[in-house]
Each structure stands twice: as C-alpha cells, then as structure tokens.
Write a protein that binds this ligand. Sequence first.
Ligand code: ATP
Ligand code: MG
Length: 450
Amino acid sequence: MKQMQPPRIISRQDHPISRTMISPNVIKILYRLKDNGHTAYLVGGGVRDLLLGREPKDFDVATDATPGRIKKLFRNCRLVGRRFRLAHLHFSDEIVEVSTFRGSFAEESAGDTTTLPPEGDESANPRRQVREDGLVLRDNVFGSPADDAHRRDFTVNALAYNISDFSILDYVGGMEDLERGVIRTIGEPSLRFTEDPVRMLRAVRFAALLGFAFDKATWQALVENAPGITRATPPRLYEEFLKLFLSGEGEAIYQHMRLGGLFAPLFPRFSEWLERETEGFPHVRISKSLEWLDERFSGGTPVSTPLMLTLMFGEYLEEIAVFYRKQGVSPLDAIQAAVADFMGEQAPLVAIPHRVALAVRDIMILQYRFRKMPGKRPQSVLARPGFSDALAYLRCQSETTGEGADTFAWWESYAKDQVLPPAAMQMDSVAQRPKKRRRRRKGRVPATSL
Ligand code: ATP
Ligand code: MG
C-alpha cells in the first residue's frame, strides 16, 4: 500500500481565492456540510480556474458525507451516476455536483474490486469494477481526502479549497504545476490513461485552454496510448468532442490531437482523406475554419454544434457528394448520401446524434440553394431550418478562402432587407425547428422547395 504524503497547506493569506469569487449556492452547501460535522472542500476545475484568474465553468464540492447523508441534508438533491455515484444539488440557475471522497487505486482492497473480461457481465454489482484491459467501469469506493486527490486526473485539477479555514490543500504538487503551467497526470501516466482514455482528450483540452505545456512523461504516455482512445464509449467521446471543439480553442486542440495521434483513431476515414491531396492541393480548410470558429467565440458569438461539425467536415462531405454526383445521383441526394456515409463511419467511434446529422445536412443543402440568387421563392429559404448557420458557413468560406464572397454578400443583404418575424431568424438551433407547413417525408429533403 502506498504511503500518502501529508498535504502542503496554503493558508488564506498566501492565495487569492476569496468567498466572494465563489457562487453563493456553493458557499451555502459548503457551510451546511461543515455545520453538520463534515469535511467540505471546493475541488476540481473551479479551484484551478480561480487561482489562474479565470472564470470557472462550474464548481464541484467534495465531502466525507456519503451520498445518502447528502440527500438527507439537502432537499434539492438528486443522486445520479452509476460509474461514479454522486449528488446533484439543483438550484434555479445552476446544478452543483457534490461527491463523496473516493478511494484511490493505490488503496484498492481485493474484496471491493472485480475484474471483468473485456465485454464482461456487469451484473455482479461490486463497488469497483475494472475490465481486464484496465478500463475502470465503476468506482464507488469511498476514501480519505488524500485518496480523493490522488484519483483525480491532473495535478492542477486536484487542489482543494477548505471552507473550515479557507486554506488550499495540495497533495500532489498541483500548485507548482499551476505556477509553471504544466499538465501532469497524477501517478503513472500510462496507467492513468489506460484506466480512462478520455483523460488524454482532457489533457489536450486543458493544455490548449490554459496555454500550458505537457510534462514530458505525460506527453510520451499520451502518444503511446493514443490509439487506445477508441476504448472509450462513442457517446462519451461525442460529449468530449463537443467540449474540445466548442471551447474557443479548437484549432490549438486540433493541432495537439494530430500531433499526439488522437485525431486519426477517432476520425479514421476523414484523416486518410486529409493526408491525400485533391488535385495537388492539401486540405487546409479545417484549420482555417477552426481558427475562424475560435475568433467567433472570442467575439462572443455563440456557435451551434451543427455549424461546428459542418465547418470541420464540410470540405470532406462536399467531396463525397461530388463522388455521388459523378455516378448520376441528384445534387440533393448526393449531399444526403455523403452525410449518411460520414455518420455511418463515425457511429462506432464518436456517436453523432441523428438530429445533429440532419442539421448538418440542412446546412450543406442550403449551400447548394444559395448558388441561385434569388431563385424561386427566396423568402422561403430564409425560413428554412439552419438558414443562419448555413449563412455563417458561407461567411466562413468567403472569409477564409475568398470563395463564395459574392453569394454571401447577396444573401446577407437579402436577409437584412426582409422583414421577418424575429423567430424566423433564430431557427438554426436544432431544438427550434419550425412547424412544418407542408407535409414532408421524415428526414427527406423536399427538392421542390429549393
Ligand atoms: P472544466 O469544468 O473547466 O471542463 P474540470 O477540471 O472542472 O474542467 P470536470 O469535468 O468538471 O473538469 O471535472 C471536475 C474534476 O473532477 C476535475 O477537475 C478532476 O479533478 C476530476 N475529474 C474529472 N474527470 C476525470 C477523469 N476522467 N479522471 C479523473 N478525474 C477526473
Ligand atoms: Mg468543472
């Protein structure tokens, strides 16, 4: 059994975190736990971001109170999670995650752990389950604050702010790495990436977002383990994919992923295509599109998931569509087939939901319609789902490659001149599809309206 070192304690006067920087709901939670005799810490990315002077995305709390006890203390509590059981405390404007200190792998005791063959039966229901290949399926062994810090992913994510004396506890050298700007796994990097391959994607996300460098051993292990990224489940990889490319640092993340060997295993056919030149030209549009997206984020303009996907994969989809066109398929069916092919390729790796795929298809199809200016019934084009995303896509093409600049200018000015009910301009969100005015076959594009 590994001997845990006592933590380095950074007292209140030696760090910049004050209670006013923390959400009042979180402060209340920390105090209620403390006043009921529990240890209560603010943990994870919230502490990291406050120390860096960045605005935290969310706040997480860790405590020695068990999930059952948390439920008793808070009426707004819902217990969630199977892989990790934790409490969600619901407030009108936020949900705060409260987790019970978990045991680290070093403290593993045989009775709590079962090992399963790779596609094993999970019905045994122990508190911790590890597949034969090292992937952790379930981890609900409670532990000490030290254990809890050690089972976290990176040193900079393992700092804890203690509500009882406002100090920061550092068990793993996180403060030093934060000051130096280093992403380092806690413990042996290869083992940590085997337990959970998604940590490799988290590593590149944090490095890009925080502008940090990789610790050498962490980077080496990432490169070695990168092909294993596909061991994570497709829905989880999709979730992480969104975090990566809707972060505002998509281009840097993309470069890290390519360099580390994480991109090709997740998008194999697309990556093969990227390596090939088309008519003597390398495919550089993805990088330019990601830079354009990142700028849009920094300008405060929200970017929808379908727009992001179309910007990343649009050039590839267009080429597949050309292939179908050459075989005599109609332009719209060719786009439809190209999107379907891509989604089929990706389904076993990064599971892109069907409704998102349909929205990508809508953006692509509108590009085809845009070529006619005005064409028949241009007003109906403005009311089509995905119009403003499609226009943003065209804007990106015209700004990054110069292609379609006239078309973009025409449609942008046409859209501005039209007096539209406000709702019609916002219909690009997947969730806000307009009511169908005419009957359509589900999932089919009505060619006549184009
Ligand atoms: P952000 O919320 O800004 O994306 P974060 O570090 O807070 O970053 P979360 O996903 O909110 O990330 O997780 C909260 C904390 O839980 C992390 O800081 C880390 O300590 C721990 N954690 C999250 N995912 C993992 C993982 N896959 N393995 C180990 N620890 C993890
Ligand atoms: Mg967080």
